[in-house]
Ligand binder design. Structure first.
Ligand SMILES: O=C(O)c1ccccc1N[C@@H]1O[C@H](COP(=O)(O)O)[C@@H](O)[C@H]1O
Length: 207
């Protein structure tokens, strides 16, 4: 099995983006959802992306953004990958001619393979925790036993991960990648370099 990839999401400060890159993260996530405490403006995001070294993927997270809003952000911020975390249809996700991943909030009985087939052009499916009325970033883990052993798309596992549980999560789910936000923070939107480092070391030890 190749090394499990990792994304540190909800970056709002340049120093946190650099800490993620320094610790070996493959990607950083920027939240363009105004209701999130981790939301960044296009200008903030542009400055963060500009400070990164090469070969760190920049991911833009959107929740039911309008076409106009998303297009304006893409004009300002060089995003490598789009993460759709709301009720976007495959047609919505494909309208920007950029690689994308689709987030699914996992509930018992969810047919994850059907979702993989529905979002046929997604580069991967991100699995997050279902909490009613909250689109994501809850800091809570879901029952990893709900993830089938085989799915036809790369799985990015998210939801309540931290240095304390990510090795167990990887052993159980065997995801392509893991995604963390709250588990490496000292306050919402404020990451901690030591927590990022501990998370990345735990991912490597598991992979
Ligand atoms: O981080 C947010 O505020 C957020 C808001 C709306 C949708 C998704 C959001 N975050 C993403 O949720 C997962 C899990 O986060 P956590 O590790 O449980 O805090 C991750 O992809 C976040 O980026």
């Amino acid at each position: 099995m190749s090394a499990v990839r990792s994304k540190i999401c909800g970056i709002t400060r340049i120093e946190d983006a650099l800490a993620a890159a320094e610790a070996g993260a493959h990607a950083i996530g920027l939240v363009f959802y105004a209701k999130s405490p981790r939301a960044v403006t296009a200008e903030q995001a542009r400055a963060i992306v500009a400070a990164l070294p090469p070969f760190v993927t920049t991911v833009g997270l959107f929740v039911n953004a309008s076409r106009c809003e998303l297009t304006e952000i893409l004009e300002v911020v060089p995003l490598d990958l789009l993460q759709f975390h709301g009720d976007e249809t495959p047609a919505d996700c494909e309208g920007y001619h950029r690689p994308y991943i689709k987030a699914v909030r996992v509930r018992p009985g969810e047919d994850l393979e059907a979702i993989c087939k529905q979002y046929a052009n997604a580069r991967g499916i991100l699995l997050d925790t279902y909490v009613a009325g909250v689109p994501g970033g809850t800091g809570e883990a879901f029952d990893w036993g709900l993830v089938p052993e085989r799915l036809s798309k790369p799985i990015i596992l998210a939801g309540g991960l931290s240095a304390a549980n990510v090795a167990e999560a990887i052993a159980q789910v065997k995801p392509y990648a893991v995604d963390v936000s709250g588990g490496v923070e000292v306050a919402k939107g404020i990451k901690d370099a030591d927590k990022i480092d501990a998370f990345m070391r735990a991912v490597r030890s598991a992979g």
